[in-house]
Design a protein around this ligand. Structure first.
Ligand SMILES: [Zn+2]
Ligand SMILES: [Zn+2]
Length: 323
């Protein structure tokens, strides 16, 4: 069994490779099913020289050639999961698969009107600066992100048979609209992407132009995993873990606690999503982090509005919430 700093064989033929990220979390785990010419990679890491070098070394250590990779499955469109897809396709000739909802959302985010973006921010009390002249997806694409058009889209419930490997696709929207987890039933292993993580809860937020109620989707997607008979969860960030039902219960408790905190912070006041976010997060954080915290708070507020726990009021273009 191979175990070095960056690569570990966690099941015969299944390798976890930790690829570096420049910000926290500082690693993303990609997974390699090494089965000769029909090897499968799950997620790509960023398109950075450092990340691709680590992946190149790891493949060599696992005895896998680039040309052995027949398929790359991206759990979702975020740069640490899909960012190096074009490069990996060039090196290996593999097919790249992803859920269509993420491809559509990425395209929509790129075509977002910067004016709409800025008015969305202002409507939730988020300060606007020069950075906001471009939609976030355009800013992200400038660094570490070189995606390729997927060869094929994957759908909920689909069974992917690659050599001896059978993976079931479970659509788990919430963290992103087209996030998928992969269930390897024969080994009782779930590859959970960013949906179910051992130490942190993934970002679930409402962003400009986003329709619907992502936190409700996220919680419903967690419920989808509860009944699975799995021994180990292989997440995209952090260590492998067991007892997925206990972790799911923890995450539900975390979100219920956040709802109570929001109600306490509101009291009899009316507050914007940004002001509420500052009540829970360190106000000395960079604006980008506070902006992300406001998106998360907004996802809670949307869910709470649906169950009439809070109501939104718009005055002079600014949306405030009250109990
Ligand atoms: Zn993600
Ligand atoms: Zn991630």
């Amino acid at each position: 069994m191979i175990v070095t700093e960056r690569i570990a064989e966690i099941h015969p033929g299944l390798f976890r490779v930790e690829l570096p990220l420049p910000i926290r979390p500082t690693n993303v785990n990609v997974y390699l099913f090494h089965q000769g010419r029909q090897s499968v990679l799950v997620d790509t890491g960023l398109c950075s020289e450092e990340s691709l070098d680590v992946l190149d070394d790891a493949l060599r250590e696992a005895g896998c050639e680039w040309s052995d990779i027949a398929l790359t499955i991206c759990t979702h469109y975020h740069p640490d999961h899909y960012g190096a897809s074009r490069k990996i396709k060039e090196l290996s000739g593999c097919d790249v698969l992803m859920h269509k909802a993420d491809a559509d959302y990425l395209l929509q985010s790129l075509l977002l009107d910067a004016g709409d973006y800025r008015s969305f921010l202002l409507s939730h009390g988020i300060p606007v600066n020069r950075e906001h002249s471009f939609p976030p997806a355009v800013r992200v694409l400038q660094r570490y992100y070189l995606p390729v058009v997927p060869d094929r889209y994957i759908a909920d419930g689909e069974h992917l048979a690659i050599g001896d490997l059978h993976l079931e696709v479970i659509w788990t929207p919430g963290h992103s609209p087209g996030h998928v987890a992969l269930n390897w039933r024969a080994a009782k292993i779930l590859l959970s992407g960013d949906h179910l993580l051992p130490d942190i809860t993934p970002h679930v937020g409402i962003h400009t132009g986003m329709e619907g109620d992502p936190l409700n989707c996220y919680l419903a997607s967690l419920r989808k995993l509860e009944h699975l008979e799995i021994d180990r969860v292989l997440p995209a960030h952090g260590a492998c873990f067991g007892n997925h039902r206990a972790r799911i219960r923890d995450i539900f408790r975390h979100h219920e606690e956040r709802q109570r905190n929001i109600l306490d912070a509101l009291g009899d006041k009316a507050m914007t999503a940004y002001d509420l976010a500052l009540a829970f997060f360190d106000s000395s954080l960079p604006l980008l982090h506070k902006e992300i915290a406001a998106y998360e708070t907004l996802a809670h507020l949307e869910l709470m509005s649906k169950s009439l726990m809070v109501r939104a009021q718009k005055n002079d273009g600014v949306i405030r919430y009250r109990v």
